[in-house]
Design a protein around this ligand. Structure first.
Ligand SMILES: [Fe+2]
Length: 388
């Protein structure tokens, strides 16, 4: 996060003597990104964070690609992805390229047997259904419906769910995910025109410090493999930290929509940015107030980006036959737009209750085998009038 956060106990000066009550030194760890140029955090551990006991094995979680090159619009029925007990097993990659995986997950159980770390991708978890606590080695954040959880690469975490009915839409990004630069001033402070401000970003507020030795299984994702590593100390043993690199939450319900007299373009919905894709939030808002405005979007060609829309809740004005949990994929290279009747239907409407998350990628997305199992193969013809 581009602002400073401090939690727990830290010494007044970096890289100086800081002792436990028993006189031993705490183990200091600088957690940097982009070499030593990006955001970093300085944390103090009860035990050395380097005590690997065993590397038990590794297995592939590489997605199986069904469509490598294609130009077909798709609709995927996301809630048809089956629930699974385990969080990692439930993660189903539906769309992928070298920058990003778009993942659906419906885990039923909290993570208790292992800790998880994604070593080469930031994870943006959108909570469509469910509530609970994100536990991390840098502190905990409670979550509920509508939250984005941004977990930078390398953060060790567990998800605790309150019950079994959970639906997650996860964007796993090999490129760092930031708040949009145009929302920030040269110091990093969010500006007045930003649709959210620092008060809306929830930082870790509770630090768990476990002084425990034993066998602790850590599942580490690296280059499409999961490595099972056994550590000798509890991964959540930090007594304090400070810096800029930590997980945070933002509720989509705290995103303040920007509206106008005529239809506003998609960038007004932008919530996060990377150099490979953007994430936008479509939230309940008043419609355009020019007397002749057409609130439905016009046809458009995002000629050099694939558009993924994940429908969360409300009425999806521009689409016919779209339900919560559906994903539409509108690939680069061809135009798309409102469904037949949607433009006419929208005239005179004063507001929308729609809630959706959009991911626009600059490189084309490949469709996985898992995605084709929940795909509507006729969606690409859905713009024809019924008489055609
Ligand atoms: Fe679009």
């Amino acid at each position: 996060m581009p602002f400073y956060h401090k939690l727990g106990k830290i010494p007044p000066k970096r890289h100086t003597v800081f002792r436990k009550p028993n006189g031993e030194l705490y183990s200091e760890q600088l957690f940097g990104t982009i070499g030593f140029d990006g955001m970093s955090t300085n944390s103090y551990h009860v035990h050395r964070p380097t005590m690997v006991k065993e590397i038990k094995g590794q297995y592939s979680v590489k997605p199986e690609i069904a469509l490598e090159n294609h130009i077909k619009s798709y609709r995927f029925r996301g809630f048809q992805v089956k629930s699974k007990a385990d969080y990692l097993e439930s993660r189903t990659i539906v769309l992928t390229n070298s920058d990003v995986n778009i993942i659906l997950a419906a885990p039923q159980e909290s993570m208790t047997d292992y800790f998880y770390k994604n070593s080469d991708a930031d994870e943006l978890i959108f909570i469509h259904k469910g509530s609970g606590t994100l536990r991390t080695h840098l502190g905990n954040i409670d979550f509920k419906y509508g939250d984005y959880l941004l977990i930078p690469r390398g953060i060790i975490y567990q998800l605790r769910f309150d019950d079994k009915d959970n639906r997650l839409f996860i964007t796993e990004s090999r490129r760092p995910i930031y708040t949009p630069k145009r929302y920030r001033n040269w110091f990093g402070q969010l500006l007045e025109h930003s649709p959210y401000c620092e008060r809306d970003l929830r930082r870790p507020d509770t630090l768990e410090t476990h002084d425990e030795l034993g066998d602790f299984l850590m599942k580490i994702k690296k280059q499409d493999e999961i490595f099972d590593m056994v550590y000798a100390s509890h991964p959540f043993d930090v007594v304090g930290y400070d810096g800029y690199n930590f997980p945070y939450a933002l509720s989509i319900h705290d995103f303040e929509p920007i509206t106008g007299r005529i239809h506003q373009p998609p960038p007004v919905h932008q919530t996060f940015e990377t150099d490979a894709f953007v994430v936008c939030s479509f939230v309940p808002r008043l419609y355009d107030y020019h007397p002749d405005s057409i609130p439905a979007p016009y046809n458009h060609s995002n000629i050099d980006s694939d558009e993924v829309l994940y429908y969360v809740d409300g009425d999806f004005m521009s689409r016919n036959d779209v339900d919560a949990g559906h994903i539409s994929l509108h690939p680069a290279g061809i135009p798309h737009g409102p469904h037949p009747g949607a433009a006419e239907r929208s005239i005179g409407k004063t507001k929308t209750e729609e809630l959706a998350v959009m991911v626009d990628t600059f490189k084309p997305l490949k469709v996985t085998k898992a995605a084709l199992e929940i795909a509507d193969e006729d969606y690409h013809k859905s713009w024809l009038e019924s008489s055609h």
